[in-house]
Design a protein around this ligand. Structure first.
Ligand code: GDP
Length: 529
């Protein structure tokens, strides 16, 4: 089927990551200027374009003006069909942010030129590295005073342990931002403020050898540029597509999202340097995206779009073939054939029904409570499972119990369902039952969400006591006798609902100490099924 191949080949699916305020939302909005946005999922949650959330617990988002959930949007540009996976912008982000990266084929990292690598970028970056996906860097806000360019690159290389290759090079910054030099075309694109992108700027392209350039930039900037080019050509890593594809070398671009400078060239280069969806690993080996058989995996579950029905939407990343509305598929983990009715290509604000979608796309389907994160859905005659999504380490823990003991049943049901959606992780005291539940979250905001949802959806009031632990480790060698483990005073043994033992620590150094004290013990930062 020629059109299947054609459709999939034009797909590019990437996530945008950044520390809050680096300019992710602004950059995304500018991308959309270049392509006719065909589907906005959840919309770009700019503070200025605040839209009303549908689901009730999203009141929290509204009240605080932050986005808790990640969204997907799709647009066409220059023959490509681009899916952008937006991730929650707040620093109290949840595991959904990590999971979104599991559904992306590459990542764009937005960095504030005056700040360099920041805390949240570092965490998200680790996940990209784990997956070996290509990472592109957009150094933003060049229209503001920026750090030294070489230092910015150094910072990325040192902090993140990845090589960088500047594709263009900035000339000045802030009030003196003159533009960027494209190392490929050997042309300078001059900067002009486009009034926050509302008007087309009068950007000029001047050849590096053109005598007019000196006049345009001024003597000082011109000679600085010449020096830097020389330095750069000698010192920086050569562009190597193979290394980019493996996520070992990050192409770096400089620009200003707000003034819409450098955004389109970035997009153009990005599209050339990335591929359409690649085969994804399963328990029977890699699955070809161009296969006639449809397959997808669930990477996110969003609850209660409609409070009256406790329905959920399961978000799936299509990995092979074509999806058609109403098609019958096998839900591997459930062991049942199901019909994917009313699929939607979005979440929250503007849902819309999709008739067809292809490998690379994200769809949201109605979930009567059967799906779990990581589940495989497919139509092939030979059933397989995609590699699971790791459980990311929560960093905040609290002991939770219901205030009214008569409501025990609702409490357990509610908290278990919310955990199944992946918003929180629940644990128990080691060797004891479910009496007291320990909740672990990636971002503290999830505690508020949990409390709000239990009260509003399950009518259960809870008492929450924060615990001082910040580090959790899964025990890799499960045969180990945990009773014989020599711990530290700040270590706590817990278990997950399947009875797997885990360790909690207050201090990071205790982790090392426990490893030293127990020969053969192997600990992991990610949980895998
Ligand atoms: P996010 O939190 O990463 O999504 O960041 P936003 O896109 O919401 O941007 C944070 C703030 O920085 C907003 O006030 C933007 O207007 C501003 N901003 C974004 N890009 C630029 C830029 O290129 N230059 C300047 N001067 N400000 C920017």
């Amino acid at each position: 089927m020629a059109d299947l191949r054609e459709e999939i080949e034009k797909r590019r699916t990437f996530a945008i990551i950044s520390h809050p305020d680096a300019g992710k939302t602004t950059l995304t909005e500018k991308f959309l200027l270049y392509g006719g946005a065909i589907n906005l999922a959840g919309s770009v949650k700019g503070k200025a374009t605040a839209r009303h959330a549908v689901s009730d617990w999203m009141e929290i988002e509204k009240e605080r003006g932050i986005s808790v959930t990640s969204s997907v949007l799709q647009f066409n540009y220059d023959g490509y069909c681009i899916n952008i996976l937006d991730t929650p912008g707040h620093q109290d982000f949840s595991e959904d942010t990590y999971r979104t990266l599991m559904a992306a084929d590459s990542a764009v990292m937005v960095i504030d030129a005056s700040k360099g690598v920041e805390a949240q970028t570092r965490k998200l970056f680790k996940v990209c590295v784990m997956r070996h996906i290509p990472i592109f860097t957009f150094i933003n806000k060049m229209d503001r005073d920026a750090n030294d360019t070489f230092e910015l690159l150094d910072d990325i290389e040192k902090e993140l342990g990845i090589e960088t290759c500047p594709i263009n090079w900035p000339i000045g910054s802030g009030k003196d931002f003159k533009g960027v030099y494209d190392r490929n075309t050997k042309k300078v694109m001059t900067f002009s403020d486009t009034l926050k992108g509302t008007k087309e700027g009068e950007q000029k392209e001047i050849d590096i050898d053109d005598p007019a350039l000196k006049e345009e930039l001024g003597e000082d900037y011109w000679s600085q540029l010449m020096d830097e080019i020389e330095l750069l050509d000698g010192a920086s890593a050569e562009f190597d597509q193979d290394m980019v594809s493996k996520g070992e070398l990050s192409p770096v671009f400089f620009g200003s999202a707000l003034t819409n400078f450098g955004v389109e060239t970035f997009l153009q280069h990005f599209l050339k340097m990335t591929y359409s969806p690649l085969p994804r690993n399963s328990d029977i080996g890699p699955i070809d995206p161009f296969s006639e058989d449809f397959s997808a995996f669930v990477f996110k579950i969003q609850a209660n779009m409609n409070k009256a029905h406790r329905d959920r939407i399961a978000f799936m990343r299509i990995c092979s073939g074509k999806f058609e509305a109403g098609m019958e598929v096998m839900h591997i983990q459930g062991g049942k054939k199901i019909r994917l009715a009313q699929p939607q290509q979005m979440m929250a604000q503007e849902r819309h029904i999709v008739e067809e979608a292809y490998a690379g796309d994200i769809i949201g389907v109605f979930d009567p409570g059967i799906f779990s994160i990581g589940d495989t859905i497919e139509t092939s005659a030979k059933p397989f499972r995609y590699e699971g999504i790791p459980t990311f380490a929560p960093e905040h823990f609290a002991r939770v119990r219901q205030v009214d003991t008569m409501k025990r049943k609702q409490f357990v049901k509610g908290i278990t369902q919310i955990a199944q959606e992946g918003a929180i992780q629940i644990f128990q005291e080691y060797h004891t039952g479910m009496e007291e539940i320990i909740v672990g979250v990636v971002g503290v905001l999830q505690f508020d969400v949990l409390k709000y949802r239990l009260e509003n959806e399950y009518n259960v009031e809870i008492h929450m006591e924060n615990l001082p632990y910040e580090h959790i480790r899964w025990i890799k060698n499960k045969e180990l006798d945990l009773d014989k483990l020599t711990g530290t005073s700040d270590m706590k043994k817990i278990q997950d609902l399947k009875g797997n033992p885990l360790l909690l620590f207050i201090n990071a150094w205790s982790v090392g100490m426990v490893l030293d004290r127990n020969e053969g013990l192997e600990l992991e930062e990610f949980g895998r099924d």
